[in-house]
Design a protein around this ligand. Structure first.
Ligand SMILES: Nc1ncnc2c1ncn2[C@@H]1O[C@H](COP(=O)(O)OP(=O)(O)OP(=O)(O)O)[C@@H](O)[C@H]1O
Ligand SMILES: [Mg+2]
Length: 277
């Protein structure tokens, strides 16, 4: 059931560069503690949609929306400072490359401590205890070592968990994860996703997961949006994805290779018949 006022409300969002739309009339609502997946081929506008919500678009992007609000506040009418604060405190983001989001010249523990101190007014000792607890809670057995390490001294999976710990430190109400595991090998990726799932559930956060991986999104989310050429061409419950009607979505589903099945020709989309809505 959708709350009377959704956590995130996006209505007719468009993003264009030099008059060329890359997001074209996208609308969706997200209830608190709902998990939404966005899938679609490369260049379909998934990241640009997320970046519009986060306020992280290039300066020459032209953004328009009938409504773009978070926790009842109008995002487009907000100044850059308020937007930045929201990003740090209420909305967390997990991107593909954790190494790029962490400060390379600062030890991991000190970076996360700083967030605890800034947002919760923790003392140095309290911050350290909270950070170690968070790292352990994210499945890092050797939390003490990760705490003392610089980002380049830990594996990709560990760095991703460290970044998640840092993002979750202010207790945000929404987590946006854009291809959170595509830089990791499959086994590590599955572990990181499981950790994310636990955290989202425990903290009763809402989540938007962007991925190429339909299976992952279907198993992780309540609802899935399928984007194609800047538009949402299908929106359905994750459990009903197999009933999807749009030729593009069917193409995506048909392209998932499965173990134990005879290989067959990969489905391809007939662009002549695949117009939106
Ligand atoms: N700064 C920019 N200037 C011009 N065009 C841009 C800019 N940033 C993104 N685009 C274009 O916007 C379109 C949508 O990009 P977006 O990053 O949202 O795709 P995506 O669905 O996330 O793809 P991927 O799965 O590869 O990450 C692309 O065609 C991209 O080239
Ligand atoms: Mg992207």
């Amino acid at each position: 059931m959708m709350d009377r006022s959704p956590l995130l409300d996006v209505d007719a969002l468009s993003v264009a560069y030099g008059g060329v739309p890359v997001v074209d009339g996208v609308s969706f609502r997200l209830a608190s503690n709902e998990r939404l997946g966005i899938v679609g081929e490369s260049g379909s506008g998934k990241s640009q949609t997320a970046r519009a919500v986060l306020g992280l678009l290039a300066t020459h992007a032209r953004v328009e929306a009938t409504r773009l609000s978070f926790e009842g506040r109008d995002l487009l009418g907000m100044g850059p400072r308020a937007r930045r604060q929201l990003r740090g405190r209420r909305i967390a983001m997990v991107m593909q490359d954790p190494q790029a989001s962490l400060n390379t010249v600062m030890r991991i523990g000190a970076q996360i401590d700083e967030v605890h101190r800034r947002h919760r007014g923790s003392s140095a000792a309290e911050a350290r205890a909270r950070t170690l607890e968070a790292l352990e809670g994210l499945g890092l057995d050797d939390a003490g070592r990760v705490y003392r390490a610089y980002p380049h001294e830990v594996s990709g999976g560990m760095a991703q968990r460290a970044m998640i710990a840092m993002m979750l430190a202010p207790d945000p109400s929404l987590l946006i994860a854009d291809e959170p595991t595509s830089a990791l090998d499959m086994a590590v990726a599955a572990g990181v996703m499981e950790t994310l799932r636990e955290q989202v559930e425990r903290r009763r956060m809402a989540m938007v997961v962007i991925s190429h991986d339909l299976d992952l999104v279907a198993s992780f989310c309540d609802r899935v949006l399928v984007m194609w050429r800047g538009r949402i061409v299908e929106a359905c419950g994750a459990d009903r994805l197999h009933e999807a009607r749009h030729p593009y979505t069917r193409g995506l589903l048909g392209c998932i290779p499965r173990l134990g099945r005879r290989p067959r020709r990969l489905a391809t989309i007939d662009r002549g018949t695949a117009h939106g809505d």
